[in-house]
Design a protein around this ligand. Sequence first.
Ligand code: CP3
Length: 325
Amino acid sequence: MRQAGRYLPEYRAIRSKHSFMEMCKIPEVAAEVTIQPVDLIGVDAAILFSDIMLPLEGMGAGLEFTESAGPIIKNPIRELNQVEDMHTFDVEDVMSYAFDAIKLIVKELGGRVPLIGFAGAPFTLASYLIEGGHSRNYTKTKIMMYNEPVVWHRLMTKLTDMLIGYLGAQVRAGVAAVQVFDSWIGCLSPGDYEEFAMPHSKRLFEGLKPLDVPTIHFGTETSTLIEKIRDAGGDVVGVDWRLNIDEGRRRIGYDRAVQGNLDPNVLFSNTKVIESHVRDILNRAGTHPGHIFNLGHGILPETPPANARALVEMVHELSAKGCAT
Ligand code: CP3
């Protein structure tokens, strides 16, 4: 969950010389910051340094990253003709920087840990395209769903097509698994998820099957949606801290793996408190195979790196012992 980033002084040193987009687009730089948390924090996998928003540029969206508000879309999508204007593109060519970075990272990692590729889910990407940026209530997104379902489904279909191609290209470049981030899906009611998002996510995961790599389906605030998210697909289903991971496992079923679910705010506490949360999660996850310990959402910018390191050590130590209270 955002292994690289502002919490690491070593990241900030590189970031002070480049914009965020430049860092994503210079393969040597992207490779360096991808590997930093493996060396500095000791995590068991690397995640490609990139962003869910970048392929939207290829489709013709004006993308900018601001310091204060995160990603911004300059001409938000509101009408059918704008959806029709979004074009297909040769992903291997237009996003060659990402695939060059992947090849470089795989080589530099030399098999130490696997590299995970990723993309945004259709709903989360559509919400950025329609709102123009991050949103509190997703009103514009929902109004398009309710009032212009044809436009909505057209947009979701185009995004899903693009995502299947983009993740396929990541796998061909060398990633060992792919994660699909549906970060803002928790704003939907179960009925709206089923009607407006799930068919597209399901088609995406179906489209990923031939790639033959493990897939992770991540979402937040999904307590009311978790069974449907499981049914949409993914070998691994993300669970955030709002749902206890034992309940998540029971509801998802033991034929899937789960990922989660430490509240990133716990890392601002002390090692005693962190350890009690880690023990609780490991004990709840139980001895069934298939639990990826992770934060429930992205690491926060002011997190003390020493606590991130301590967390990784605790998880390694306690899970090796089978953990007990
Ligand atoms: O190790 C890594 O950091 C992996 C690379 C990664 C980034 N973004 C880099 C990034 C990944 C996997 C993402 C995914 C992403 N991007 C998601 C899904 C995961 C999640 O957190 O829910 C979303 C919703 C985005 C969109 C996005 N990008 C936001 C909302 C922001 C700004 C807010 C924030 O947390 O900073 C970004 C910018 C961004 N993407 C940064 C990084 C390291 C910060 C850039 C900086 O240095 O200023």
